[in-house]
Design a protein around this ligand. Structure first.
Ligand SMILES: NC(=O)c1ccc[n+]([C@@H]2O[C@H](COP(=O)([O-])OP(=O)(O)OC[C@H]3O[C@@H](n4cnc5c(N)ncnc54)[C@H](OP(=O)(O)O)[C@@H]3O)[C@@H](O)[C@H]2O)c1
Length: 240
């Protein structure tokens, strides 16, 4: 009898210890479209509760089909971001924030706001999608594109450095040129620069989700290497 009670106690302890966290799921910044939307689709299909941080102006047509929870705000507003992050015990925060033409870019300020809020929260796992270009990955950017991409690479590099300097369990994933073609399965993450072609957002989303489920990726910075077979505009494949 004593043994049975002991087993029941252990089982109960196990139940109460883990799923409070798993029940809270993942908070995504950038889920309204493109890579962030693909990530939301994969997580929802896996049964992971998803909260999407969206703007009051965001088009929610595609997200609405997924039945995710919304948190409305602006990533440029530190209070909005903090309220969203402190609202639940998320397993992770994922960011695919990117700027539209003519808008104030959210890449750096948004990342700072997320890191600052996460530092005050119980959520420590942070997956940040940046760009090929910061640090040693500059060797992967064709010389003729470096000047045009300089300002966005600088913002993304500062965002990366802010996350790296934190005590968060970050994974930084740097993609190059993205396409919206169907998933090709031709993609990998590499700690070192390597020749690459364009990659599809669906393939990138697969990488982000697999990194989320793989603790070996914590505190690492990856370049994504791929080759979308349907891409018409080719990146220079040779690191320079
Ligand atoms: N496009 C490329 O070829 C390329 C290349 C390398 C790296 N990247 C990076 O890869 C990631 C994914 O890019 P993508 O093209 O798939 O996605 P994207 O179209 O750039 O999506 C950007 C997302 O950020 C959200 N957003 C922008 N400003 C915001 C703000 N102030 N507050 C809240 N949300 C805001 C947008 O929401 P709304 O719907 O409200 O606008 C949207 O959901 C981005 O980080 C991007 O910088 C892109």
């Amino acid at each position: 009898m004593k043994r049975v009670l002991c087993i029941i106690a252990l089982l109960t302890a196990g139940i109460s210890a883990s799923p409070t966290v798993s029940a809270e799921g993942v908070l995504i910044f950038g889920a309204t479209r493109n890579t962030g939307l693909e990530i939301a689709k994969i997580l929802v299909a896996r049964g992971e509760p998803v909260t999407a941080f969206v703007r009051p102006t965001s088009n929610l047509e595609n997200l609405a089909l997924l039945g995710v929870t919304y948190f409305k705000g602006d990533a440029l507003n530190a209070d909005d971001v903090e309220r969203a992050i402190l609202a639940k015990n998320y397993k992770a925060v994922i960011s695919t924030l990117g700027g539209g033409r003519g808008e104030r870019p959210p890449d750096l300020v948004g990342a700072i706001n997320m890191v600052d809020a996460m530092t005050k929260s119980k959520t420590k796992r942070f997956l940040l999608v940046t760009i090929i270009g910061p640090g040693k990955s500059i060797s992967m950017v064709p010389r003729q594109q470096r000047e045009a991409m300089g300002s966005i690479i600088k913002l993304k590099a500062e965002a990366e450095n802010y996350a790296i300097a934190s005590d968060l369990d970050y994974t930084i994933i740097r993609p190059g040129q993205l396409t919206s073609n169907p998933r090709s399965g031709i993609i990998r993450m590499d700690l070192e620069p390597a020749p690459t072609g364009p990659i599809t957002r669906a393939d990138l989303a697969d990488m982000v989700v697999s990194a989320f489920y793989d603790d070996a990726t914590i505190r690492k910075v990856y370049q994504t290497i791929g080759d979308d077979p349907l891409a018409t505009v080719r990146m220079d494949r040779q690191p320079q």
